[in-house]
Design a binder for this molecule. Structure first.
Ligand code: PBG
Length: 327
């Protein structure tokens, strides 16, 4: 009788052995909680397509941010839902706009205990729902949009954001934001570039979260899901333009892209586990088709294993609680 010469099962025999030999781990400090602040509401509004996620009031957002800091999360990424929209997305550049005020509030709440990040994009603020302003022919005007992003970035940084996340996929957006920040004396505000952001059906629930006015799609500016090589180009350009960190988004359907970027990037790499990824797991779990906690942990572990240094996930706080309990 001959025996197997190699027995990888030895290291799987006990929980202690598995823990010792785990190649990647998830730490609360690697998790970033995306959060929505909505203008003009007196109670948090639950999102139907994202059970467990709400549009916050100022008070509930401050509480969530304080809790995120308490749990040792890496950061919070803020998105604003304004009461009034227009074609130019003016509420986004108004220092009194909902997002800019929320940044200041959150910063006042958490100080340097939590990295405060904010979304630099117009889609939440425009009445047509696009990430930029429109040219007369109805297309999204890249360069006219850049000027607005530059102003938006300065206002957000002045409100107290530590890191800005330009997510609109306009060409040259990192460069104009970096330049505007530097000219305004905000050279310490960092840029987390949504470098490889794909045009994805999995953004669906987010559109409810920000009450999106979009009709149609974003295929003329977000990347085509068929393309892998192009992600490297986008990352290289953002690095040349001064990105401090780069992001791949969505995460789960783009783990190959994430692995490519993690391999070549000299700066930290983030991945965004987006609203549709959240919704799919929640829906399957609610039906009893998968083990919710195990599926959530496995999904984020997979994103880490593919190469993400940090993960934006709507489960960030809950996961941090689980990780604390298991230690
Ligand atoms: C654009 C933006 C979007 C998301 C983050 N920033 C929406 C889009 O590109 O359509 C999606 C995040 C998610 O789905 O969780 N400001």
């Amino acid at each position: 009788m001959s025996f197997p010469q190699h027995r990888p099962r030895r290291l799987r025999a006990t929980a202690a052995l598995r823990k010792l030999t785990a190649e990647v781990r998830v730490e609360p400090s690697q998790l970033i909680l995306p959060a929505f602040i909505r203008e003009g509401i007196s109670e948090p509004v639950p999102l139907q397509s994202m059970p467990g996620v709400v549009q916050h009031t100022t008070a509930s957002l401050r509480k969530a941010a304080a809790e995120a800091a308490e749990l040792g999360l890496g950061g919070i990424m803020l998105f604003g839902v304004p009461a009034v929209r227009d074609a130019a997305g003016s509420a986004g550049v108004d220092p009194e706009g909902v997002l800019n005020r929320a940044i200041a509030d959150v910063k006042a709440e958490v100080g340097h205990d939590l990295v405060v990040m904010s979304d630099v994009c117009l889609d939440e603020f425009t009445d047509h729902g696009h990430c930029g302003v429109l040219a007369p022919d109805g297309s999204v005007d890249n360069d006219a949009t850049l000027e607005i992003y530059a102003r938006m970035a300065v206002v957000q940084a002045q409100a107290g954001a530590d890191v800005l996340g330009p997510s609109g996929m306009m060409d040259g957006q990192v460069a104009v934001i970096r330049q505007a920040l530097d000219e305004a004396g905000l050279q310490n505000t960092a840029v987390l570039a949504y470098a490889a952001k794909y045009s994805s059906a999995f953004y669906g629930p987010f559109r409810e979260a920000v009450d999106s006015q979009l009709k149609g799609d974003r295929r003329t500016y977000q990347m085509d899901p068929s393309n892998r090589r192009e992600a490297i180009l986008e990352v290289e350009l953002d690095l040349q333009e001064g990105a401090d960190m780069v992001m791949v988004k969505p995460a789960m359907s783009y783990l190959d892209i994430l692995a490519d970027v993690a391999e070549m990037s000299p700066v930290p790499v983030a991945a965004y586990q987006i609203s549709g990824e959240y919704a799919m797991i929640e829906a399957a779990a609610a039906n009893g088709w998968i083990d919710r906690k195990a599926a959530i942990l496995e999904s984020v572990l997979g994103i880490r294993r593919a190469g993400a240094d940090m993960v934006l996930t709507y489960w960030a706080a809950e996961m941090a609680r689980w990780l604390k309990e298991s230690n």
